[in-house]
Design a protein around this ligand. Structure first.
Ligand code: GLP
Length: 261
């Protein structure tokens, strides 16, 4: 079962996840992080940047693999996930840019991009900690409903709902790409620790389906139920449709002293 932690505000979720990442890097200076984009993980990166500023740690050997990338944006577009990851993660944390990878950049052709990305992740020894957000369609990464639980990195077509959700980052919806490259659900399930974050009422249905719903490709987030080490960090609004919310609160309040996420 996933460990569900219901927090008062998103900064608290950011602090918890940042603490887990920091501990990982302290134990393993060349840790491999799975990096998510979107607005949800920002408190994690901000809390980690604050922690590194207050108490420096050598992160120059840390490696990163982004979950996904748009296909078809002009090179250097500010909303490409390469640009977003550089702006929100690599620069504020001081990571080594050449050690942070996104799908599609290590391949001469789109047809081989997925296989090459899988090879690069495997060669790095796999992802130690994967940060995840969740889309309103229930997608994790860009694995839209119907994605196989065994899927690996590949090209996907975005749903119109996802294009509309992401249009806020672009001048017009016409500028939002129709395709992406995304780690598959199978790729995500190979990471050693999944940390899924969600905030706000708009994510309540997707979180309930992911944590408590039946396992179904129609709700790609439900794939997390197959993973032995998942932490779900949600605010009250995103937790509002969880049937066992009281049990999750009780479990967290009574966790053993030694237990971290
Ligand atoms: C995009 C990303 C997902 C992310 C989702 C939610 O579609 N590919 O990784 O989880 O948006 O975004 P937000 O966190 O901004 O709600």
């Amino acid at each position: 079962m996933a460990e569900v932690v219901i927090v008062d505000h998103r900064e608290q979720a950011g602090e918890l996840a940042a603490h887990a990442i920091r501990s990982l890097i302290e134990q393993q200076p060349d840790a491999v992080l799975g990096l998510a984009t979107g607005s949800t993980p920002l408190p994690v990166y901000q809390a980690l940047a604050r922690s590194l500023e207050a108490n420096p740690l050598d992160v120059s050997a840390v490696r990163g693999f982004a979950l996904d990338e748009y296909v078809g944006l002009p090179e250097g577009h500010p909303e490409s996930y390469r640009a977003v990851i550089t702006r929100e993660v690599v620069e504020p944390l001081g990571l080594t840019p050449s050690l942070v990878h996104l799908p599609g950049y290590n391949s001469p052709a789109i047809e081989t991009a997925g296989a090459n990305y899988e090879r690069d992740i495997t060669d790095a020894g796999g992802i130690d900690l994967q940060i995840l957000g969740i889309g309103s369609t229930g997608h994790i990464g860009f694995n839209e409903p119907g994605s196989s639980f065994a899927s690996l990195t590949r090209i996907k077509t975005l749903t119109e709902q996802t294009r509309q959700d992401n249009a806020r980052f672009f001048d017009s919806i016409d500028d939002v790409p129709r395709h992406c490259l995304t780690q598959g659900l199978g790729t995500i399930l190979r990471a050693r620790h999944l940390v899924l974050l969600a905030f706000g009422e708009g994510k309540a249905d997707a979180i309930a389906a992911a944590v408590e719903g039946p396992l179904t490709a129609s709700q790609p987030g439900s794939a997390i139920q197959l993973h032995p080490h998942v932490t779900v960090l949600v605010d009250e609004a995103a937790a509002s449709k969880l049937q066992n919310a009281d049990y999750y609160r009780y479990t967290w309040a009574n966790r053993p002293d030694w237990q971290t996420i």
